[in-house]
Ligand binder design. Sequence first.
Ligand code: NAP
Length: 228
Amino acid sequence: MRIGILGAGRMAEALGAQWARAGHRLMVSGRDRTRAAALAARLGAGAEAGTFGEAARFGEVALLAIRAEGVFAALAAAGAGEGALAGRVLVDCVNPVVEGFVLAEGDGRSMAERVAAAAPGARVVKGFNLCHEDVWRMTPPVFDGVPLGVPLAGDDPAAVAAVGRLVRDMGGVPQNGGGLARAGLLEATAALVIGLWVGAGEDARAMLPPLAYAAGPPGDAQSEPGSR
Ligand SMILES: NC(=O)c1ccc[n+]([C@@H]2O[C@H](COP(=O)([O-])OP(=O)(O)OC[C@H]3O[C@@H](n4cnc5c(N)ncnc54)[C@H](OP(=O)(O)O)[C@@H]3O)[C@@H](O)[C@H]2O)c1
């Protein structure tokens, strides 16, 4: 696959390294051409550096790996409003989480929905936002023998399937997070778990039971999903 990366920072490097290793063709981009070129060189595998606009048009997939406060400036610089990302799968890993581990005040829409509005025709998929960059560098990301689940939210099934292949390429397992209207839940989940991990020093993973207990203890006929 040809993947253009908007951003030349930590997530661009973590995910880019995985996808370069898996044999994908990459173009990275940033405000600072030198920084993008240095990242391309570190990624190797023929990775190129370009402008935001060149990366947006580079391939069938684009990764938005920009800090939340710069997202709309970067999309504008990429020409997203003029259709530069139309028809392309746009992976949004952005967490609009601010001090206090809460979501930045917005206009009622999730970041992913605002990204979709700013990039007409792009097939936006929210994902890769729940783990630290160093987890995304793991090959593969496996904990206690269980591969990392990566929930994806998007409205275009073919786009979600393409991003699911990119999850599998790094050894994770894609999870069905529903349509783009549910992307805000992934963003809120990031705020919650970052607050638990970083703010409170709690093991966020310990708060959820295994699937078999999702509707109560196994064999408990009284319990139905969503009944409590
Ligand atoms: N790091 C993580 O562990 C992690 C995990 C999950 C999700 N995320 C999300 O992934 C996204 C990228 O995170 P990151 O850690 O890779 O960030 P980062 O390394 O700090 O920066 C990423 C990119 O954002 C660009 N940028 C910052 N402000 C900008 C602006 N005003 N206009 C245009 N570009 C701007 C930076 O450009 P310069 O190089 O020119 O500053 C850089 O290329 C964020 O939205 C974050 O919430 C991060």
